[in-house]
Design a binder for this molecule. Sequence first.
Ligand SMILES: [Zn+2]
Length: 249
Amino acid sequence: MLSDAELDRYARQIILPAFGGAGQAKLKGAHVAIIGAGGIGCPAITYLAAAGIGKLTIIDHDVIELSNLQRQPLFTDADIGALKAEVAAGAARRINPHVEVVAVAERIDESNAEALLAGASLILDGCDNFDTRLAVNRSAVALQIPLLSAAIGAFEGQVALYEGWRVDGACYACLVGSDPDRPGINCAETGVMGALAGMIGTMAALETVRALTGLGSSLTGRLAIVDMLDRRWREVGVPKDPLCPVCRA
Ligand SMILES: [Zn+2]
């Protein structure tokens, strides 16, 4: 049940016919685990907290650096040296006191991913390295939790939703393979525009709301690609790889 204060707070989205009180109740009942409180995580956390997700778990072992501030607007100069998960959790609680926020300042990897992610309704992966993405994907398939994967580099962003445990559902490894030696791509090497991180993180928040409530047309098994150097948007299907070592039957 939503309180009067909650009905007032969320009035502008509850009034949307495709969302309504039923959509709001689904968000309140949801637990979203967010991997990475960085360029994607900051805007995603902001909008998911404001939207009234019942519980957010923010997983990030990094501390805030000066070079983060250009694209991670939950953090200020005064936060440099502090743990991203803790500062982002505090910000989320200030945005919306109705949301339960848990900060996990641990590196997520093969050894702890299933324990950290068990019980989540959806995993939003906005981390900055390939090894973590593969570990999170394996756990998402094993735990049968939808994986919203968002990534940025230079002027390009990608957002996809994977449900690899389903018979025809692709997983992240179906798209990228699972070679642990594949060179990672991160912002430190390629550079990134802060506003692009904002766009993709916000899009990831919207797609999370869609996945949790069934709004509009599903992103499941699809990859949205945005090239903001030339303003090009496209969307491609991600087929299940029948030989995928992670999600094949
Ligand atoms: Zn797969």
